[in-house]
Design a protein around this ligand. Structure first.
Ligand SMILES: Nc1nc2c(ncn2[C@@H]2O[C@H](COP(=O)(O)OP(=O)(O)OP(=O)(O)O)[C@@H](O)[C@H]2O)c(=O)[nH]1
Length: 383
């Protein structure tokens, strides 16, 4: 009858293989994101770690088995940390991670071969793993102002995993240089009960986190206009509704600018559809640079756009629209060797009252735009 620890190791071995395959497939299918490959390699290193522990009786030297175990343990954590830094664009240079690995290996080598010390050799590399897991936990939670539930879970699980390793390392260290059967038993209990649970929990949360990244990306795609990268009609309505509720509850002024490129049909006729597309791309890019980051801009269809500007009364919004109108008029669009001169008309509406809906506001702004068009175009009209 094998020890129960052997069965736990076998389970961990197969779980790690599966996780490595899952992350490899994620890397293949989710645009070859480097971090997914790092996670796959990290779990591959874990697989070697568990296999090493399973087959330790085959090693001629216990020290060799120990050095391999420590190396792959640190490699696995290093790759995981690196993956999380890549996912969150944290500017953490891989060389710094490498230094952690080299220090861990050097210390373990020193206390295994040069000046043998049981407690230090068993614990120091684990403390380095703890530091790396703590860094990962912070990197995940600090990534966004408002972390998603999957990120909160993954961060907590990394923290718990680090906590379990810290306890295991400290028990090992308390032995000093003399083998202590009682402490080693305690060390094994932590290693084979709390640690595997935290390890599996952490892995599942990382998968959940990548799935929620994908869901978020899909949501964003469904709300984005593929030509201009502005919000599309649906996206604009969703975000504008949220913003209006927020700002109206704070008693803030909000204005809506509805604008439309003049005689766009003629541009298409003169420069072809590709020329028309270039105008739409360049002009929306230009406008985005001339409004605040918090302002919402959406393409309502064709050559019609809408901008929701907050904390602004109608006078300011009319000034903004006038500024944009002049800028459009004075900025020719580059289309190959050609320069396309355009103008646009604007309708502005202030949404002061609480009970006005975004649909009603757009209708009012559209009416103002219609007046701007019918009175000669290249104008700003306030509703
Ligand atoms: N290139 C291009 N053209 C588009 C796109 N969507 C709509 N259009 C064209 O935009 C033109 C809009 O024409 P109209 O609605 O008559 O408006 P207009 O010519 O700008 O005239 P006014 O608005 O009255 O100044 C149509 O010819 C559409 O085919 C697009 O994504 N790309």
């Amino acid at each position: 009858m094998e020890s129960p620890f052997t069965y736990i190791l076998i389970t961990l071995f197969f779980s790690s293989i599966l996780l490595s395959i899952i992350f490899y497939m994620t890397w293949q299918t989710m645009g070859k994101q480097k971090y997914a490959l790092m996670f796959s390699l990290s779990f591959l290193a874990s697989t070697v770690l568990w296999a090493n522990a399973l087959f330790k009786s085959l090693f001629l030297s216990h020290n060799l088995y120990w050095m391999i175990g420590c190396s792959v343990s640190m490699l696995s954590v290093l790759l995981g940390t690196w993956g999380h830094c890549l996912r969150t664009n944290t500017p953490f240079h891989p060389a710094i991670l490498l230094v952690f690995g080299i220090i861990g290996m050097a210390l373990t080598y020193f206390f295994t071969f040069i000046s043998p010390h049981l407690g230090l050799r068993m614990s120091l590399y684990l403390y380095i793993d703890v530091v790396l897991l703590m860094i990962t936990s912070v990197v995940i939670i600090k990534h966004r102002k408002q972390p998603r539930p999957a990120e909160i879970g993954a961060s907590i699980m990394h923290f718990l995993f680090a906590g379990c390793l810290f306890i295991a390392a400290s028990i090992a260290l308390f032995q000093g240089n003399v083998f202590d059967a009682e402490l080693v038993k305690l060390y094994s209990i932590v290693n084979f009960t709390a640690l595997p649970a935290a390890y599996v929990g952490m892995s599942v949360f990382v998968i959940y986190m990548l799935a929620s990244d994908l869901a978020e990306e899909m949501k964003l795609l469904a709300m984005t206009d593929s030509l201009t990268n502005c919000l599309n009609r649906r996206g604009f309505y969703i975000q504008a509704k949220q913003k209006m509720i927020e700002l109206q509850n704070q008693g803030q002024h909000i204005c809506l600018i509805y604008w439309d490129i003049d005689k766009f049909k003629t541009i298409n006729d003169q420069f072809g559809h590709a020329g028309g597309d270039q105008v739409l791309i360049s002009i929306s890019e230009l406008i985005k640079q001339h409004i605040k980051k918090d302002d919402l801009m959406g393409r309502m269809g064709g050559e019609e756009f809408v901008i929701l500007i907050d904390r602004t009364c109608y006078e300011d919004a009319t000034h903004v629209a006038e500024r944009l109108r002049t800028m459009i008029q004075n900025t020719p669009i580059h289309f190959g060797e050609q320069r396309i001169r355009i103008s646009a008309s604007f309708g502005v509406v202030e949404l002061g009252e609480k009970d006005i809906s975004i649909e009603q506001a757009i209708n009012l702004a559209d009416n103002a735009l219609y007046k701007a068009k019918s009175s000669g175009r290249n104008k700003v009209v306030f509703s």
